[in-house]
Design a protein around this ligand. Structure first.
Ligand code: NAP
Length: 276
């Protein structure tokens, strides 16, 4: 029988732990979220993050900039927040409007305040296996994998997708757990066969229901990171969930799987930044 990994419940438990921890802290951690423009999805994500902060006792501030803002204006806000000792974590909500230099702006956030783990110093720290900020979604995905498998050592893990935000850090985390890691991407040959060798299969592509039953090894742990909107308006992942049931040993649903863990790990990173 396939176990459904309940990301919402696991994230809820983690948030309760974090709230209990924050309650014991003398000064409260603070997160600043920068939102540029009016993208409705980004607004929802930012609201959810701010609400989650409130629930665990983290102070949050929101800095909004208009869609036609300039690189200089965003840079000025980042610099101001970098220098503000009352702010522990800074999150620049992505994607930014096309005219802005997204990659450069992200790198301006101080590594110590980079709760998204996108600063190259943090990316390098993860590769080197030293302490740093780990991107929230891979961090949360690893917690979900460990909720199903105690010891990952020696297992074959396949990560589909190689972005800096998810695929690369996910592969590093699995490597640290002594998995044998394969990274698959748009140029991978015989991807179905590659995936079928995985004890742990993580899909982060952005293609509706791409991973079919025939891609999944019997009993594998399948983590679905993708968020896709179907024609009927509903959300689905990169894994064909109905097909995975019965083949996979465990699978995460979309929604209610990886998504809630991303927010919980953002809170954990903000607390970590405060302690640092
Ligand atoms: P991304 O930067 O667009 O990367 C997508 C990756 O998928 C690329 O490495 C690409 O390969 C690969 N790919 C594209 N088509 C493929 C194919 N046909 N076969 C195999 N690989 C293919 O996306 P991302 O930021 O990593 O996000 C991936 C998905 O995760 C999106 O749906 C996103 O919404 C979701 N996501 C969810 C959360 C969450 O909190 N739940 C957080 C982050 C992202 P190449 O490098 O060769 O182009």
């Amino acid at each position: 029988m396939t176990h459904i990994i309940d990301g919402k419940a696991i994230a809820g438990a983690l948030k309760e732990e974090l709230a209990a921890h924050v309650a014991t802290m003398e000064s409260k951690p603070a997160l600043a979220v920068i939102l540029v423009g009016e993208d409705p999805a980004s607004k929802v994500y930012v609201n959810n993050k701010i609400k989650a902060c409130e629930k665990v006792g983290i102070t949050s501030i929101e800095r909004r900039l208009p869609a036609d803002t300039t690189d200089e204006a965003v840079e000025a806000v980042i610099n101001e927040l970098n220098e503000d000792d009352n702010i522990d974590g800074i999150l620049l909500q992505l994607p930014l409007p096309d005219h802005l230099e997204s990659d450069r702006l992200v790198q301006l956030i101080n590594a110590e305040k980079d709760v998204d783990g996108l600063n190259l110093l943090n990316a390098g720290a993860l590769v080197a296996g030293v302490e740093g900020m780990v991107p929230c979604t891979p961090q949360g995905s690893l917690i979900l994998i460990k909720s199903f498998i105690n010891n990952l050592s020696g297992l074959n893990a396949v990560v589909i997708g190689r972005s800096l935000l998810f695929g690369k850090p996910m592969a590093q985390l699995l490597l640290q757990e002594n998995c044998t890691v394969t990274m698959a991407h748009s140029r991978t040959q015989n991807i179905e066969e590659v995936c079928r060798g995985a004890d742990i299969l993580v899909a982060a592509v952005g293609r509706e229901k791409m991973v079919k039953a025939s891609w999944i090894k019997k009993g594998a742990c399948v983590i679905d990171v993708g968020i896709n909107r179907m024609e009927n308006g509903k959300l689905c992942g990169d894994v064909d969930y109905e097909e995975a049931i019965g083949v996979a040993g465990a699978v995460t649903p979309v929604p209610g799987g990886v998504g809630p863990m991303t927010i919980a790990c953002l809170l954990a990173n903000t607390i970590k930044a405060h302690k640092n």
